[in-house]
Unconditional design. Structure first.
Length: 268
């Protein structure tokens, strides 16, 4: 396989970033620095190193769907000994969480050892739809719902339009359904904070159509091959949609032609 694909499947980075590492001379193949793109690698016999670190692609790629419970961290390890999602997964393969959910948030989280898929899912241009159930401390006005759905200013730019609708109550708390296609840090909580509302409970019910409604908190399952294929397709469609939204360069004005003195009339 090509060297950049080998690095991507090893979970190091995207293929594009791998090309940059190769050009910069940080990649060694069997002890020799490689700067040519397109070099082929035999995963069974070749030694690939990046800045002295050996890269090993997974022998079997898997994707897990976990229903993350409240109070569990979306990290591989924690220096304070707190519980992480890795404590919930018993598998003979090493997987890592794709993205994050706040410790107080619950719901759908992917874990995988497929580096290329992980990098695709985390890339800003290819965020798949994520559906949330949100309990708030008060009712949102119709004007506030329109404002949130249209996007608000955050971190120097406007959030992408999202879906938001009231779907009932849980006890005394109003319940809303929100669908986002981006993943900024604590985005829903910050969006609600911007209009003076507070999130009481946040649950990610699904992502890219993969629901955790059939999983108890803390339970996980391995995605079927057809589900992984649908996930890859969703990532590709999201990237294509974002590419279509990119601003196009302005068209260059047509050159102005001048007529020479004494030239005859133009022909139609």
């Amino acid at each position: 396989m090509r060297l950049n694909r080998f690095l991507a499947e090893g979970g190091l980075c995207s293929r594009r970033k791998a090309d940059e590492l190769i050009r910069s001379g940080q990649v060694k193949l069997n002890g020799e620095a490689v700067q040519e793109l397109g070099v082929q690698v035999d995963p069974e016999t070749d030694l690939v190193q990046v800045s002295g670190r050996a890269i090993h692609p997974p022998s079997r790629r898997v994707v897990l769907l976990l229903n993350k419970p409240k109070g569990v961290l979306c990290t591989v390890t924690d220096t304070h000994g707190r519980r992480t999602v890795m404590d919930l997964v018993e598998l003979d393969l090493r997987v890592v969480p794709v993205g994050r959910l706040d410790a107080d948030s619950t719901g759908a989280l992917l874990l995988t050892n497929d580096g290329e898929l992980m990098n695709s899912l985390l890339h800003p241009s290819s965020h798949v739809p994520k559906e949330y159930i949100v309990l708030t401390d008060r009712e949102l006005t119709p004007e506030e719902i329109v404002k949130l759905a249209g996007g608000i200013r955050m971190d120097g730019s406007r959030t992408k339009p999202c879906e938001i609708e009231r779907i009932g109550r849980t006890g005394s708390r109003p319940r809303y359904r929100m669908v986002l296609t981006e993943g900024r840090n604590r985005q829903i909580r910050r969006m609600l904070d911007s209009i003076g509302a507070h999130v009481e409970r946040l649950h990610r019910r699904s992502l890219a159509g993969l629901s955790v409604e059939d999983l108890e908190p803390g339970q996980w399952r391995v995605l079927l091959g057809k589900e992984v294929d649908r996930l890859r397709k969703a990532v590709r469609l999201a990237a294509e949609a974002n590419a279509g939204d990119a601003p196009r360069p302005a068209a260059k004005p047509a050159p102005t032609r001048t007529r020479k003195p004494g030239a005859g009339p133009r022909r139609a």
